[in-house]
Ligand binder design. Structure first.
Ligand SMILES: [Mg+2]
Length: 108
């Protein structure tokens, strides 16, 4: 598997290079990243609604395993980019969180 964190940091820099200077600095850029994450979560919500049959067919959008996969990936990528902007090692953070959750379930 590709190193998501390293790729996300490179991708964030590529995107930052296309922005005006006042939009590329901190905190403007992280606010934009957070807004983009919200946008992608909205797209995932629309996908879930579509998969569950709650989207109008007249929209003409197909909801498939591939479109679900794409929307889930968009959210994870946005989270990884935001994590990179804060210097968070997302893999380590998720591993630590899983340990806490497992301890909770095992009575630890
Ligand atoms: Mg999306």
């Amino acid at each position: 598997m590709r190193d998501l964190g390293a790729w996300a940091r490179v991708q964030a820099e590529r995107l930052r290079e296309g922005l005006a200077p006042d939009a590329a600095g901190h905190p403007a850029y992280v606010l934009a990243q957070a807004a983009k994450l919200a946008e992608e979560v909205g797209e995932l919500q629309a996908e879930v609604l579509g998969q569950a049959g709650y989207q109008r067919r007249s929209k003409g959008v197909d909801f498939t395993a591939e479109t679900m996969s794409d929307e889930l990936a968009d959210v994870v990528i946005c989270v990884a980019m935001l994590a990179g902007s804060y210097g968070v090692d997302l893999g380590a953070a998720v591993a630590a969180k899983i340990e806490k959750l497992e301890a909770r379930w095992s009575g630890g």
